[in-house]
Ligand binder design. Sequence first.
Ligand SMILES: Nc1ccn([C@@H]2O[C@H](COP(=O)(O)OP(=O)(O)OP(=O)(O)O)[C@@H](O)[C@H]2O)c(=O)n1
Ligand SMILES: O=C(CO)[C@H](O)[C@H](O)COP(=O)(O)O
Length: 447
Amino acid sequence: MIIENHKNLNMETKRENVVRPIDPANFLTEETGSEEKSPGCFSIDFTVAVVLPAGGSGERTGLSTPKQFCTFLNRPLISYTIQAFERIAWIENIVVVIAKDSIDLMVNIIQQFGHKKVKVVLGGSTRHRSIFNGLQAFGESEEESALKKPKVVIIHDAVRPFVEEDFLLKIAIAAKQQGASGAIRPLVSTVIATTSEGYLDHSLERAKYRASEMPQGFLYDVIHQAYVQCSETDFEFGTECLHLVLQYCGTNARLIEGPHTLWKVTYKKDLLAAESIIKETLAQTACVVAGQCEESSRLAGALQKTLGSQDMHVDIVPTSLRRSSAFISKTWNFVHVTVNTAGLADVEELVKTFEETAHSVLYSVVLILVHLDVSEQTSASERMAALGGIRSLAAEAKRKNILLYGILLNPVKDAGQWEEAVENLSQIISALIKERSPALAGQLLWV
Ligand SMILES: Nc1ccn([C@@H]2O[C@H](COP(=O)(O)OP(=O)(O)OP(=O)(O)O)[C@@H](O)[C@H]2O)c(=O)n1
Ligand SMILES: O=C(CO)[C@H](O)[C@H](O)COP(=O)(O)O
């Protein structure tokens, strides 16, 4: 669900000590389970800063909230984009250019999501004016408020949340060597010229043309000079920074084909697409926390197999290690298996750990309690009653962006029925993880 305004941005946060595990914006192309590409593993011997123009009104979405502030999964779009840059060690500063009316909102977002490298600058009436304002935030340090002028500046629309470190590195290096660089994509439709009467004038040979996307990189002095020299017409109607540096500085940009995920959120449907990419990426991994008893291990192993067959990488962690940050930081999805004893105290402890490690600040954490009662004396209603406390626990957890669900697994002896039950259980777990629905938090399901 996309939320149009920011009124629900009120969950408690802990800004210190924020765990910075893999960001979906940066692990889209990584294979799940393979060694994590550690942020900061690239080294670069020149300074790089970023300007994110975010001063537009997003008219084409048809929504009253500018698209960069629309929220999904409890977080505004702009925060995903900022995070995609902020986690990169070689990026020093991020200047975010914001319209006057949204400055307070932006300051709140920075505080709530613990963004640390960001400076907010006032936007202009067009994208080029906003970008120029952003560039002027850098100086020779004689002004106290000025940021140190970088060698290379990357310009990236705030409404393109999926940008990866390896591609940014290519853009930064090419910009340093060539003076300017930019992302391109093959055209998906043919470009045609029309007559003023609305007839076809001519069409372009599609294979010869490319769509110009973002990010783009520049030697700071080159792009700054281009903006200093450009005309009012450029400021008012221009759409291409690469064109400005060619026209005013004679710099031919190096063009690099980027991934399709660089697309710009422009229409309402793009917001839905961005949300589903994030959900899909978050659902690639899970951790099953299980005790050592035979039933626990058997159930955990069966879940690992069935969820694995749905393309989810599942680690099994013994209950004794549940507070270890080494496994917590690897995923945002947890299945806690308990046998005979409901284990609500363990669940409460896990919630506390997520809170203490600020694990749910950037993404919602899904925690599913799967309870199997094999003791023959317990009636169905007693089993339900044992998990009755989950509702209040879930209400408390939800305030911390942790979505707690309960599933009661009916004991079965027959091997065929067991397999069917595990299959059903995995389907439900997988749906809860993929949907991340706050409305279902606190519900007790029965398999
Ligand atoms: N005066 C402006 C206009 C646009 N932008 C930013 O430039 C980026 C790309 O522009 P676009 O997709 O056109 O955004 P909007 O202008 O907001 O959208 P629309 O044209 O639909 O109103 C966005 O991050 C937008 O916020 C900006 O900083 N200042
Ligand atoms: O792709 C781009 C530059 O090459 C820009 O994102 C694009 O020009 C923005 O333009 P508009 O505001 O018209 O959508």
